[in-house]
Design a protein around this ligand. Sequence first.
Ligand code: DX5
Length: 221
Amino acid sequence: VPPPLIVPSVLPADFARLGDEIRELCDAGVDRIQWDVMDGVFVPNLTFGPDVIAAAQQHSRVAFEAHLMVVEPDELLPRYVEAGCDLVIVHAEACTHLHRTLGRIRDLGARSGVALNPHTPADLVEHVLTETDLVLAMTVNPGFGGQAYIPSVENKVARLRRMIDDSGLPIELEVDGGITAETITGAAAAGADVFISGSWMYAHQDGKAAAVRQLRTAAAS
Ligand code: DX5
């Protein structure tokens, strides 16, 4: 079983100091960094364009992943890969042709990922497992950081874990939303191996490195 990956969301960062914030995350020992890209349509919030991510890339020693919470992501895919995202995650609910979109991400040279909102059944990814390198089960309704973890999603995580294991494919299973040292244990027990943390990591009283260590320990417990 691969070790748990701890991946911060940049959403809670001070956007006036993004370069420093990225360096601090790298110094804290994170495995990757996730950019929550929001278009104000798929979710009621608006965040990072590709140029912001490209500027931040120069300050990073770890890989970037883009979580595209946008409608019609196809047109944006090349921009986020060129901006330096090695992994691009699209929402199944936003893709009319999900199988083709995931293939396009790989054709652009990045790894592909598919995200599911809390209401979306695991079965929606059944016929695209060969096209994806990661499945993201949202444990909050997307759009904002600092929301409460939705424990019932753990049933979906367990089902996704079985689907991935049965496929024999090297697919990462990521959870995102409300992840803390407490909630991570249930998500890990259900079968997740990549954990996104935003507000809890940024608010940790002992700093981000301690937060990363605490999450790793709790996920492996
Ligand atoms: C929701 C975002 C958040 C963010 C993490 O759209 O995707 O889940 O990454 O936020 P926290 O860890 O504060 O819930």
